[in-house]
Design a protein around this ligand. Structure first.
Ligand code: APR
Length: 229
């Protein structure tokens, strides 16, 4: 089976009703990203950060995957598909994708502020001050904040290197190291880029740019790739 590697960003979840980051004037759901998505912001105001992610979780519980998420699931009938997502929502999993890597963490997980290897699944949507890990330290959202390392990057790079086909979908490609993943795809791979407002990407052979919404772009790719399989 040929291998498809997907790099998805906020744009794939937009049609499900989750706002992207950079389409809203530098504000993320009304908040300054530096206040809610950095270690400094956490140090300054834990209550604000906890509340922000509690709201994101509540929202995530009420939204559903869209046709673009489902198209990636459909591709698994014909290809070996790995989804590498920058999104912290769980819409790829809800749709049924079987191999999903979350580069920037996961909304429905928490981790210890004392030992980052202690990661827990959440039961509900609320993480509170005073919720502690087994060693007695405050739990924080399991999110990779600005300025933090991306622990999944090595594994994601290895996947990218195996891609026969690489699909970039709904990302502004401005946040590194995620944005550089496509450069690890072999020179022979076919690259699709889907975005309603095409981001800059270094041109290379076998690259197809589809300037459409995620659902429409993925429909086209699905039809083409099923025919080619
Ligand atoms: N269909 C396709 N593309 C869309 C749609 C849509 N319906 N709506 C928006 N887009 C595109 C935008 O044109 C933009 O290029 O999705 C992209 C979203 O870009 P960003 O908001 O920058 O999101 P992303 O690239 O995922 O951000 C990367 O930055 O804030 C951090 O950690 C956070 O993972 C995030 C990272």
């Amino acid at each position: 089976m040929k291998k498809i590697v997907v790099l998805s960003g906020a744009g794939i979840s937009a049609e499900s009703g989750i706002k992207t980051f950079r389409d809203s004037d530098g504000l993320w759901e009304g908040h300054d990203v530096m206040e809610v998505a950095t270690p400094e912001g956490w140090k300054k105001n834990q209550a604000l950060v906890l509340d922000f992610y509690n709201q994101r979780r509540k929202q995530a519980l009420s939204v559903k995957p869209n046709a673009a998420h489902y198209a990636l699931v459909e591709l698994e009938k014909h290809y070996d598909v790995t989804v590498i997502t920058q999104n912290v929502d769980n819409l790829h999993e809800k749709a049924g994708s079987s191999k999903v890597m979350h580069l920037h963490g996961e909304l429905f997980k928490t981790r210890s502020t004392f030992d980052e290897s202690l990661v827990y699944d959440m039961n509900g949507w609320e993480l509170k001050k005073g919720d502690k890990c087994e060693k007695g330290s405050q739990l924080r959202p399991h999110i990779v904040w600005f300025g933090e390392e991306v622990p999944m990057m090595d594994a994601a790079t290895k996947e990218a290197m195996k891609a026969d086909i690489f699909i970039v979908i709904g990302t502004s490609l401005v946040v590194y190291p995620a944005a550089g993943l496509v450069d690890f795809a072999p020179a022979t791979s076919k690259i699709y880029v889907v975005d309603q407002n095409m981001p800059y990407i270094s041109p290379r052979p076998n690259m197809i740019l589809i300037e459409e919404k995620a659902t429409i772009g993925m429909k086209k790719i699905l039809e083409e790739l099923i025919l080619a399989s």
